[in-house]
Design a protein around this ligand. Structure first.
Ligand code: ADP
Ligand code: MG
Length: 252
């Protein structure tokens, strides 16, 4: 079964049709890239999937369940985590604290059980710490654990956002421009991490990305958008050589 099926999605802001009849299917275990010029509607698609925006019509099914019937926190509980185009972290908190926030969808104990069943809480805390450590190891971020986010360089903050999303133990990661603002070396590191996340953790990745060399290196499939509509879908090579896609990029 396909992991994520988006069908005939439409979403307008006032008179602007930000998403125009968009359909696409993401297979489990793939890295699926969404490309397109600025304003094409890429982030809006993520906002519709994560239920920040409500589309005018269409359907978004995840493993057979209609996401449009659910609230944003339920989408996270179903296993869909995301990062934002502009980093959204708790700047004054440490890396570790930000990652523990990423685990909030997994925290089961409430304050009453915390009071009466301290042993359960300790056990749960150990699980959260272990998961957080696994993510810090995977992204080679142990040295930053006690640093404040506001003290970190941009590339490291980008990694904290990715790490926080991973701490939710997602089945699908939605990454909005994971390599934007990164230098070539950091972009290469990011490509390895995304491959590890796919191959070692088995997480499906949908990413919006402008860096076509990164997309070419890691994406299994690709969709190009312009003005809210789908221009082409296929392998990265197929999409890149599509005349509609080339016209949209040249016309930018
Ligand atoms: P992309 O991520 O591909 O650069 P967006 O999805 O951010 O594009 O935006 C698509 C279109 O929708 C743009 O015309 C943008 O101005 C508009 N848009 C996005 N979010 C809003 C919003 N909250 N209110 C009004 N217009 C918006
Ligand atoms: Mg965007």
């Amino acid at each position: 079964m396909s992991e994520l099926i988006v069908e005939n999605l439409n979403l307008s802001f006032g008179g602007i049709k930000a998403i125009n009849d968009v359909s696409f299917t993401v297979e489990a275990g793939d890295i699926y890239a969404i490309i397109g010029p600025n304003g094409a509607g890429k982030s809006t698609i993520f906002n519709a999937i994560s239920r920040i925006y409500t589309p005018d019509s269409g359907s978004i099914r995840y493993r057979g369940q209609e996401l449009l019937e659910r609230a944003a926190h339920q989408v996270v509980d179903l296993g869909i985590a995301r990062t934002f185009q502009n980093i959204e972290l708790f700047e004054k908190a440490t890396v570790l604290e930000n990652l523990l926030v990423g685990r909030s969808s997994k925290i089961r104990t409430n304050w009453i059980s915390e009071f009466f069943f301290t042993r359960n809480v300790r056990k749960e805390e150990r699980v959260h710490r272990r998961k957080t450590e696994e993510v810090l190891d995977l992204l080679n971020m142990q040295q930053y654990r006690y640093e404040r986010v506001s003290d970190l360089a941009y590339g490291a903050r980008k990694n904290v956002e990715l790490a926080r999303a991973l701490c939710a133990e997602p089945e699908i990661l939605l990454l909005d421009e994971p390599a934007s603002g990164l230098n070539p070396e950091e972009t290469t590191d990011m490509s390895f991490w995304l491959k590890d996340i796919k191959e070692e953790l088995g997480v499906t990745i949908v990413m919006v990305e402008h860096d076509m060399s990164l997309v070419g290196r890691i994406a299994d499939r690709c969709m190009a958008l312009a003005n809210g509509a789908v221009l082409a879908v296929g392998s990265v090579a197929e999409v890149q050589s599509d005349p509609h896609v080339q016209a949209a990029y040249l016309g930018q």
